[in-house]
Ligand binder design. Sequence first.
Ligand SMILES: C[S@@+](CC[C@H](N)C(=O)[O-])C[C@H]1O[C@@H](n2cnc3c(N)ncnc32)[C@H](O)[C@@H]1O
Length: 318
Amino acid sequence: MSSSSGLKLAETIKFVHRKLREEIKSGIDAETVWEQHCKDRNTLQEYAESMHLLATEHWEKLTATDPLTSRILWTRDSLRGYFHEGGLEKARLKNKTDHSPKDKIDFSSSRIKLLDVGSCYNPFSTFTEELDVLAVDLHPALDSVYQCDFLKVPLADKTVMTTSTGKEVESLAHNQFHCVVFSFLLEYLPTAAQRWTCCVKGEQLLMEEGLLIIITPDSKAAHANAPMMRSWRCALSSIGLERVRYEKLQHAHCMAFRKTGAGHQSTVDHNHLAQMIYIPQDFAKDSEDEEEEFHHFDRPNDDDLADAFALLPSFSDD
Ligand SMILES: C[S@@+](CC[C@H](N)C(=O)[O-])C[C@H]1O[C@@H](n2cnc3c(N)ncnc32)[C@H](O)[C@@H]1O
């Protein structure tokens, strides 16, 4: 791998995201778009190399000078705070009405079992003393990451991994992980329905009281995309994921959601909820709008959002 300008690497990544969205907007169905994309080994390889370089050679330099910009350190800090420094107990006290597990899991003694979805280059591998990481990706950049299309991988009683034809995941076990991480994963997916599928699967893989960490890029001020963040929070609360931590870093929104065990509300309309996991680019009209990423977009009209929120109880403002 050779060094390359950060701008060029970021452009390679944005190009792939944009291409997928443009194909959807042109009317090709999501299944076909995704299938074709998964077969395009050259694009996947170029993306993996670019992402790996961008993160390790450019973003990590920024982390060295300003650790508060790091989504990886934010995640580690959140896990420590929740599992080892009283966050979990606080959440238990706050949610006296939760359907708590009969034998509460003691998280304090063991390493945190973490599933990093869309891991690319396994950024959490440096914390092996505290984290037991299973890193998976559609097209891994490193050998320590298992190949797995999270949209398609079956959830089963056991996690099954193969190494015979390369490192692959055949199935992932329900209720097995203390933590599931989606760091810069959701905006890769061109439809809100695919993002929703990820969230639902993430919830199913977590042990009760486990954390789903979602990190999404945004260099604008926190309030600029606050309606989007509220929309995500609201949708996730309807499948029993309660937000316990939120922070706007310089380039990302970072969120931790706790699996409350309240389960899915029986009345939830999954199609409707899926649309709530929107991103600004879903509304960009052409590639010029896309260029601006988070700057120029038409938000869903306020009435639509108000309707969406009205459907869901226990929504509270930021
Ligand atoms: C922007 S990169 C983020 C990499 C890393 N998580 C980080 O924070 O630097 C998005 C990653 O998600 C992976 N990805 C996208 N869709 C996926 C899927 N359905 N299953 C698994 N990985 C996926 C891509 O291959 C890519 O490596």
